[in-house]
Structure formats: structure tokens, C-alpha cells
Ligand binder design. Structure first.
Ligand SMILES: CC(=O)N[C@H]1[C@@H](OP(=O)(O)OP(=O)(O)OC[C@H]2O[C@@H](n3ccc(=O)[nH]c3=O)[C@H](O)[C@@H]2O)O[C@H](CO)[C@H](O)[C@@H]1O
Ligand SMILES: [Mn+2]
Length: 391
């Protein structure tokens, strides 16, 4: 899933020709080979096979050890077996490493053509100033996107710690109806109560993996520590198991399509409470002492903590940066005003997302009046009694 293509260095025999001594030639040849193989070593492990719908429980990975998360040596850094050999010949389609930037081939399809002078939406911003599309109903053709991403495997991470396990049933049932239909999907459910994970029937090509993690007494810590767990498990297995990660809150239900249109190397979602707000009204962390701090004269959007994602490599980068920033803040005795969400906002300010999801992808009907430009509610908050559920 590296953006760059790795290609052998071009050699020009004439350049080294007669004037260079044979010894120098030998040295240069060795250096060229080293350069070539250093590219090869940086390739990320290739694709895995995902079988039939299944469900498994893997207990004890993080229990009691969330302070120091050991990363398995086999999961990161080394060259995958067989890659060296493959790269000495031409890439074939089958051997190609996953590459989110590769232009995918689509089959023959019949669809209405785009009309340059009749844009799908004129009532909302559909492009950020850094040319990332903002995803609204009416700006995309789901059939084209489904075809483009037909070979992608998507991991959906969700945490259900302590009483939040009650949200899982509705979350999973509605995800089966609306999340990435027609694609390979793995649900990664992180919980401290594996036996409370409901058995929800899964469609073909979809599976559920239960991963046991420890809980924390403060809900803020439960929320923030998700970054630590996501980064550890990205290294440990997600890099090998899926192409994209989608990381969401569990106190939510899918109501309408959430599909391949969201997939990008890195994406964030507009927080439904702030889509029309002025910069000064964003609830960014403002204290310069915190690593999440954003100065008053900066900021694009206010992103929600409850829905972000991208390629596994980019989500790993994001989660480990946020986790490190939160750990440093903790050591300094400061906690950002909106916890992980504040750190996410800081991260996405300086690493601009490649797609921005509109509030269609994160809405709260009980807190907000639905504006007319919101044509679909795709993923909605499930009302909760905060005090009762968090203790
Ligand atoms: C929709 C949205 O953007 N939500 C964000 C918002 O709060 P919310 O008020 O939506 O936070 P929340 O109570 O849903 O907690 C965040 C998530 O942590 C998990 N959890 C929390 C407590 C617990 O006892 N057990 C448990 O499993 C669960 O997955 C939950 O969905 O702000 C939080 C930080 O303050 C996070 O950034 C949330 O992602
Ligand atoms: Mn929530």
C-alpha cells in the first residue's frame, strides 16, 4: 500500500563505458543493486486471503498491558517472503503490491454521463481548497466507485468497553445492511467483555474478529486509548489483513449507504455540530501547552472523533501520532478539551485528508435539526443516557 511505485534503476552502459576502470564499474554496480533492494525492502507486505464469513475470538492481547504494547517482530519492517524474487521480473497484475494510488481498471459500465455545466450539487461545498472532495449525496456514482474498489478489503474497528457492549447488536445489524455492501469486510470488535458480543449473522465475504482489550475507569481514557490500540493492531495484523481501516464510535447505527465513496488514503468526517460554524467557534484545544493546540488563526474544519479512516499505513501514522501526543500531554498533566477528538483535529490540520465526509456520515437527530441540504442520513447517533452508560 505504498503510494510510490518501485522500479529498477535505469542503467546506461555507455555512461560508464571505457573510461571507468573495471573496479569502479564493479563498485557502482554493487551500489546500484543496494539502492534497488533498499526500495524492495520498503514494500509493505502483500495481500492476504480472506475466507468465508466467520467469527473468531482472540483473547488477552492487550489485557493489562496497554501502557507498553509489544509489537510482534514478524508484523513490521521486514521484507515479505518472495518479494525479492518477484521484483526481479516484470510486475504482473496478480503480483502487484496493493497500492491505493494505482489507477484501478473498471469493467464496461453503463451510467449517466457527468455534465460539466450541471454540477450534482451547487448548495454545498464539494471540494476543499486542497482539492479533496467533500462527500455528499449527488456528487458521486456509487456503481463506479464500487467497481473501482471491488478488490479492496475494509476493516471496521469499533470499541465496546464495559456497558457500551449494548450498542453492538444494532451497530452490527445495521452495518450488515448498509456498510460496504459487496466488498470484503472484517469487523474488529475491541472489548473487555468478549462473551457479550452478540452473534449477528454475517453476509458472504464478511467476518467478525473479537479482540480483547483492557478497560479504563474514566470514559475519557477509554475513548483516548483507542488510538493506542488501533496503532498497535495496525502493526500487528491490520497491515496484513485489510487495505483500508474505518474507525468509528459504537453508539451509532447505519441508516443508509456507507460505501466505497469514503475510501481514500486518509479521510475525516465533519462534526455535525460545527459544519457551519466559524473558526473561532470550533472547540479545538486552545492551550499552547497541549500537543493538540491549534492557534486561533488556523483550522479548516472541525472533524468528529467518531469517524475517520484511510489506508492502514495512514491510519497507523495518524493513530500513533495522536497516541504519542496524548501520552506526552498526560506526562505533562494536561488533557485536551475533547480528548482524542482534539488530537485528531490537530493531526488533520497538518496532514490534510484526501476526502472529507459530509455530516450525512455522522448525524445526531436528537441534538440537531436536519437542514434541507442533508439529503441522506447514513450513520446516526443512538441516544444514550451519558451518566448511566459511562459508569
Ligand atoms: C460521534 C463522535 O464524534 N464522538 C466523539 C465524541 O464523543 P461521544 O460523546 O460520542 O463519546 P462516547 O461516549 O461515544 O465515547 C467514544 C467511544 O468510546 C467507546 N467507549 C466509551 C466509553 C465506554 O465506557 N466504553 C466505550 O466503549 C465507544 O466506542 C464510544 O463510542 O468525543 C469523544 C472524545 O471526547 C470521541 O472523540 C468520540 O469519538
Ligand atoms: Mn459516541
Amino acid at each position: 500500500m505504498r503510494p510510490e511505485h518501485s522500479s529498477p534503476p535505469r542503467r546506461n552502459a555507455g555512461l560508464w563505458g571505457r573510461s571507468a576502470s573495471p573496479r569502479l564499474c564493479g563498485l557502482l554496480l554493487v551500489a546500484a543493486c543496494l539502492g534497488f533492494y533498499s526500495n524492495v525492502f520498503s514494500l509493505i507486505p502483500g495481500r492476504r486471503q480472506i475466507g468465508e464469513s466467520q467469527s473468531s475470538t482472540e483473547g488477552g492481547h492487550l489485557q493489562g498491558q496497554a501502557e507498553v504494547l509489544p509489537l510482534s517482530p514478524d508484523s513490521h519492517g521486514g521484507a515479505p517472503q518472495g518479494v525479492l524474487e518477484e521484483t526481479t521480473t516484470q510486475w504482473s497484475e496478480r503480483d502487484c503490491p496493493p497500492d491505493t494510488c494505482r489507477v484501478p481498471e473498471v469493467p464496461r459500465m453503463v451510467y449517466p454521463k457527468a455534465q460539466l455545466l450541471k454540477p450534482g450539487r451547487t448548495d454545498v461545498l464539494v471540494m476543499t481548497p486542497w482539492f479533496a472532495p467533500v462527500i455528499w449525496e449527488g456528487v458521486f456514482d456509487s456503481a463506479i466507485l464500487d467497481a473501482q474498489f471491488r478488490n479492496a478489503t475494509i476493516g471496521l474497528t469499533v470499541f465496546a468497553i464495559k456497558k457500551y457492549v449494548v450498542f453492538l447488536e444494532l451497530f452490527l445489524r445495521t452495518a450488515e445492511k448498509h456498510f460496504m455492501l459487496g466488498h470484503r469486510v472484517t469487523y474488529y470488535v475491541f472489548t473487555d467483555r468478549p462473551s457479550d458480543v452478540p452473534r449477528v449473522p454475517l453476509g458472504e465475504g464478511r467476518r467478525l474478529v473479537v479482540l480483547e482489550v483492557r478497560s479504563y475507569s474514566r470514559w475519557q481514557d477509554v475513548s483516548m486509548r483507542r488510538m493506542e490500540v488501533i496503532s498497535a493492531f495496525s502493526r500487528r495484523r491490520f497491515l496484513r489483513e485489510v487495505d483500508y481501516l474505518v474507525c468509528v464510535d459504537v453508539d451509532m447505527a447505519f441508516r443508509d449507504r456507507v460505501g466505497a465513496e469514503i475510501l481514500a488514503p486518509l479521510f475525516g468526517t465533519l462534526h455535525p455540530g460545527f459544519y457551519a460554524a466559524a473558526r473561532s467557534a470550533f472547540t479545538y484545544e486552545r492551550r499552547p501547552r497541549s500537543r493538540a493546540h491549534i492557534p486561533a488563526d488556523e483550522g479548516d474544519f472541525y472533524y468528529a472523533g467518531g469517524f475517520f479512516g484511510g489506508s492502514v499505513a495512514e491510519v497507523l501514522r495518524l493513530a500513533s501520532a495522536c497516541q504519542q501526543a496524548m501520552a506526552a500531554d498526560r506526562a505533562d498533566g494536561i488533557e485536551a478539551v475533547w480528548h482524542d477528538e482534539s488530537h485528531l483535529n490537530r493531526y488533520l490540520l497538518y496532514r490534510k485528508p484526501a476526502k472529507v465526509l459530509s455530516p450525512e456520515y455522522l448525524w445526531d437527530e436528537h441534538m440537531l435539526r436536519r437542514p434541507p441540504f442533508l439529503r441522506k442520513l447514513r450513520f446516526v447517533a443512538v441516544p444514550k443516557d451519558h451518566a448511566a452508560i459511562r459508569h
